[in-house]
Design a protein. Structure first.
Length: 96
């Protein structure tokens, strides 16, 4: 089960998230900075691409938790993992 912890502070927030308890899953790649449509974001990556958590330079956090209906290598799983990366490209709070 994925767990997301969110702790608000006066000037932002703290966050922690475990990926999941599936021990057979390959180790994730360490977080790196990326440019997404001129918005800087930082996130760890799956070895097959995509991520489950990302934050952009505006402090907007995006996370996906527990989707067991798709195997890691399927098109469904790859598209699911793009949701977080796509979301971090936005610089306003109106996700349309």
């Amino acid at each position: 089960m994925c767990t997301l912890s969110f702790i608000p502070h006066l000037n932002g927030y703290g966050v922690g998230m475990n990926r999941d308890e599936l021990r057979s899953r390959p180790c994730a790649l360490a977080p790196r900075y990326f440019e997404c449509n001129v918005v800087t974001a930082v996130y760890p990556s799956e070895t097959v691409g995509g991520t489950w958590i990302a934050v952009n330079a505006y402090g907007q956090l995006f996370a996906l938790v527990n989707w067991y209906s798709a195997d890691a290598g399927t098109v469904e799983a790859k598209q699911r993992s793009r949701v977080t990366r796509f979301s971090c490209r936005r610089h306003d709070s109106r996700l349309t």
